[in-house]
Design a protein around this ligand. Sequence first.
Ligand code: OKP
Ligand code: ZN
Length: 340
Amino acid sequence: MKTIFNADHKLHDAAFELIGGKMMPAFECPRRAEIVLEKVTEAKLGPVIAPAAKGIAAAAKVHDPRFVGFLERAWELWSEEHGDSDALPMTWPARSLRQIEPESIDGKLGFYSFDAGCGLTRTSFQAIAAGVETALTGVDLILGGDFSAFALSRPPGHHATADQMGGYCYLNNAAIATQVLAEAGRRVAILDVDYHHGNGTQAIFYQRGDIYVTSIHGHPTQEYPYFLGYADETGAGAGEGANLNLPLYWGSAWDLYGEALDKACAGIEAFGADTLVVSLGLDTFEEDPISRFKLKSENYLRMGERIRKLGLPTLFVFEGGYAVEALGINTANVLIGFES
Ligand code: OKP
Ligand code: ZN
């Protein structure tokens, strides 16, 4: 399996994040992608290639073009007001407020986000755009006949909705890739194994009957993003039945996780998918600093093997995972299990 590596990922390097009431070094940091590259290379899974210069016009297939344009210009507008700090939203159009795009940058940042987990530096957008190209290059490989590919980029994407960033995510790489695959005639299922519910991916495809979305994640009564990801969210309209949420409570280990994965796979099979996109987050790991599942490194081999049993051409898209030291091994283990 080829790995497409976004070397520009390091252009997105937020100074800090506000978590648990404290300013902390950002968990979503450049070292994450570097250690995954190291371990995937060591595992000799296949060639590592650069993303093709495909541009990001395809992002507008699932995102509001005004949102994409905003992301592109946000830091410039911010720096005119606030100088060289990271652009960060702090006020949101919550219940009882109106959904009108303000003119000032602080207002726009709130309008186009749902939390404060998404700072923008001077060069963040370059990393984000190259991330989209990384996923699109993976799509080209799959459409060209490769059985699998790994799009290795950061920041992640699965929380990003059609017009809002949040949870370290800006543009939804997996959703963009899925839409392009669907337009090429594929019947695509998305399997989101990141610890956090992929609220952006779900929302983008919620009304779609031609794309199946299933996610295993921390229960929304306990876990971020809190306001989506319940089991009774099954899709709407033409999409009724094409969304499957499998929330698990804090403390869940491989016994419960493996059962949920079997259910997700059964759903994908019943849907009749011919192509799979995996939102590959590794924050289900027992040592993850912001998560509370109990998966062990060896379990990721089993995860890869189970996904492989579906027998589908598969694009893996890198998402979360913050236990940096083990992140490379855990990621490689999924891919090794898949290839075995
Ligand atoms: C992004 B991805 C929890 C704060 C959570 C945001 C987490 C974003 C995760 N107390 N902050 O899905 O790995
Ligand atoms: Zn996550």
